[in-house]
Design a protein around this ligand. Sequence first.
Ligand code: SAM
Ligand code: DTB
Ligand code: SF4
Length: 406
Amino acid sequence: MFISDYQSYHLNYNLCNHQEKIIALIYSIPMVIEQNRPDFSIKISNNMETKPLWTQEEVVALYNKPIMDLLYEAASIHRKYHDPNKVQVSTLISIKTGGCPEDCAYCPQAARYHTNVKAEGLMSLEQVKEQALAAKAGGSSRICMGAAWRNVKDGPEFDHVLEMVRTLNRLDMEVCCTLGMLTENQAHRLSEAGLYAYNHNLDSSADYYKEIISTRSYDDRLQTIENVRKTNITVCSGGIIGMGESIADRAAMLVTLASLIPQPESVPINALVPVPGTPMEVMEAVSIWEMVRMVATARILLPTTQVRLSAGRTNMSTEGQALCFFAGANSIFSGDKLLTTPNPAINEDMDMFKTLGLVAQQPFEKKNQPETIATEMAHYHDLGERPRWSRPEHKIQRNIAKQQDK
Ligand code: SAM
Ligand code: DTB
Ligand code: SF4
């Protein structure tokens, strides 16, 4: 029902484009009905500025446009939907670092790679609260708690994370988590605790994904996003550029993100941080022009989304970042550390905001603060879930080839 309503809107749109007025009139009936339903009107407005169904080829052409044309187009859309001088500021807290069983080729926290990251257990509530308050004092409106987990398992550790969510929501900050794969019941439990956003990145195109991760599937990722969508939690999902993917892969990833219904409220664009000891250590840093093109293309496909300039800012000048903000980026991670790698110092970012005349977005400007439901009143409980998800057999050929080159 949900999908077919949306498809009937697309069909209607395409028919109108082809001037098939009589047929369009017939198909417009469900659209008119749907427009009176509040949630569907959000979906329409999410896709209004963009061609509803972008093809990968069209997006590649957009990405490759002369930079002035691309910037003009993206900035025009940006100004229509957002205050161009306002930037949302999030701070990451690594609540459980390293020792992860997955094989994500970019990640310094994967146990199988030999990086400088030391595995640590779950952080205490006091430490998280202290770091969150410091971030709030530094102008941050959102905390994103990251755990080096493959997926969430019910039990004392997840209960502890739920308590962290309750605690931070009481600080009147937007609370986000990135804990790996999540079942629908777990998503509901986070929602009842007062979670504002859940980050789960697609990371790459479905095709290129096989080159970077073999321990879980792309469909697992989409399923987790779908589970989050069944709750009141907003979706944060994006990817990484600079892992050896083609422009067609970048376009395909954006098409997948733009086709989610509704589109993600937040899309982080990360430039790969090539960490020594990971299979990606040899990758060259992405150029600022690739970042500008990726942000601009994301902005055009995702008009109402907050596009976040994420990992990789330490390599970018103020001028480079200014171009990204002009192209439609309106969110950053602040704080001198991401999860395990460096990020620009807070005072550098404050100077940049001052130079560019940017102001920080206040918490809950885009959506009301979620209510924290006391555990005794909760509808969703610990089911003892220890989901297996998929375990694809695929081995990453590309990394083996790289090892042999050495
Ligand atoms: N373990 C959870 C998961 O994978 O969903 C959450 C934490 S994981 C570190 C969150 C995201 O950080 C990844 O999906 C990836 O996009 C990003 N990331 C990790 N290492 C990175 C790197 N070296 N450079 C850029 N982004 C990176
Ligand atoms: C996202 O897209 N990027 C952030 C956050 N979401 C979790 C993480 C970046 C991590 C960079 C590598 C590190 O610091 O470990
Ligand atoms: Fe583990 Fe997440 Fe890193 Fe993959 S990205 S290795 S799942 S922490």
